[in-house]
Design a protein. Structure first.
Length: 87
């Protein structure tokens, strides 16, 4: 059972190593190096996610403002058309 546990743990580390770009191509990497690499990649992904989330919120707000402006412009255009039709 202990041997199976160690084999399973090794397979998990091998899988993790394969997903960490900075370590994936190295033939040998210690468990600590694999974990540190994975940690660094996770931090980078979190930072990227945070900045993209902020940018998304900013663009969503801009989109709402632009839709409101479009609605206003359409109303003004309708008013102009009605005035032109009257004359």
């Amino acid at each position: 059972m202990e041997r199976q546990r160690r084999i399973s743990l090794k397979n998990c580390f091998d899988t993790l190593k394969a997903t960490v770009p900075s370590i994936a191509k190295k033939e040998k990497a210690s468990k600590v190096a694999i974990l540190n690499g994975a940690f660094a990649d996770i931090q980078t992904l979190q930072t990227t996610n945070d900045s993209l989330t902020k940018e998304f919120a900013k663009q969503r707000s801009r989109n709402i403002l632009l839709k409101q402006r479009l609605t206003e412009l359409r109303r003004e255009a309708d008013k102009q058309r009605r005035l032109q039709q009257q004359y």
